[in-house]
Design a protein around this ligand. Structure first.
Ligand code: AKB
Length: 315
């Protein structure tokens, strides 16, 4: 029986590209996409889709049992900005879905789990530059609190029950295929979309807000690399720091202006500024590099070139 994969939350920003990458690697039929609602056409046409609520344990169990799933990627989550507006719902979704899936893993319903964490696990008391893998963690957002608690649960299920769970603390992710959904770092995608549609962008964080970022292609390769790594070499079972590069909105604007000299940016910081200020500026990812060979490929100029040309041909 060939190995099958289930992606829960397949229609989001990461889920969409992860599903497409896994399908081109392992064959369409062996990767089942699921989400609470249907996603974009390319994803829906590329292979099987099951409508699934990430918090519905019985429904997930049914899909696992009837498809002999070996690997699960649990990508469903409410991100930082939206979660601040719906704290209780965010907690229920982010924690409920993880605890259900960890229980299903413990009872042997599948073999390997990927669960995304975030730089949001860090807070204002964390060293902001080159943030270490293990350090002070006092997140101030609901999203960050849920991700930090989730990391603890992952490490616990691994230690106590031997669950093979793997995780990455994603920075802000920049991609053109699927929209980001309610994060603080969404400006790093919107800036390219607005540059092309109107030639201007009003940014909701200040010009000198420096955050860790990554191009989606790097994030997907890192995720697959971690999932491919031999279990014995994975020394972090909470979640790995993963860095690529850090920049400010002003630097992004400058990079866009090298292709579109008339592009204009203005700044109107809102509640997301406060969130951004509690997150690291840059990340020490030496553990991921040592343990499973992580190395990012895309710099800011590569990202700008790719984003502008991909978004142009998409529209
Ligand atoms: C967010 O901004 O909430 C996410 C994240 C950094 O996890 N993109």
């Amino acid at each position: 029986m060939p190995k099958k994969t289930l992606i829960v939350g397949a229609c989001g920003q990461i889920g969409t590209e992860l599903t497409l990458a896994l399908r081109s690697r392992c064959g369409s039929e062996s990767v089942i996409a699921s989400d609470i609602r249907e996603g974009q056409q390319e994803l829906m046409r590329s292979g099987p889709f099951v409508q699934l609520d990430a918090t519905d344990k019985a429904a997930i169990r049914e899909v696992l049992e009837s498809n002999e799933i070996s690997d699960v990627y649990l990508m469903a989550a409410m991100l930082s900005a939206t979660a601040e507006k719906n704290p209780a719902t965010a907690w229920d979704l982010n924690m409920g879905s993880l605890l259900n899936i960890l229980e299903l893993a413990r009872s042997g319903k599948f073999n390997k789990l990927f669960w995304p964490s975030s730089i949001a696990v860090f807070g204002p008391s964390t060293p902001r530059t080159n943030t270490p893998q293990s350090t002070v963690m006092e997140p101030t957002t609901v999203y960050g609190i849920s991700k930090l608690a989730g990391e603890g649960w992952c490490a616990y299920y691994h230690r106590k029950f031997g669950v093979d769970v793997r995780s990455i603390r994603y920075p802000g992710l920049i991609s053109w295929k699927a929209q980001p959904g309610g994060g603080t770092t969404d400006y790093a995608v919107e800036i390219y979309q607005e540059a092309l549609s109107s030639g201007t962008y009003q940014c909701f964080v200040k010009e000198d807000t420096r955050l860790p970022m990554m191009y989606m292609e790097d994030a997907i390769s890192g995720t697959l690399q971690l999932m491919d790594a031999p279990s014995a070499g994975i020394t972090v079972r909470s979640s790995y720091n993963l860095g690529a590069l850090s920049f400010t909105p002003a630097q992004m604007a400058e990079s866009i202006r090298s292709h579109m000299p008339d592009f204009r940016i203005s700044y109107a910081p809102d509640y997301r500024q406060e969130i951004a200020e509690t997150w690291p500026e840059s990340i020490d990812d030496s553990k991921a590099r040592e343990d499973w060979g992580w190395h990012p490929r895309f710099g800011l100029e590569d990202i700008t070139r790719e984003m502008l040309s991909r978004l142009r041909t998409k529209s």
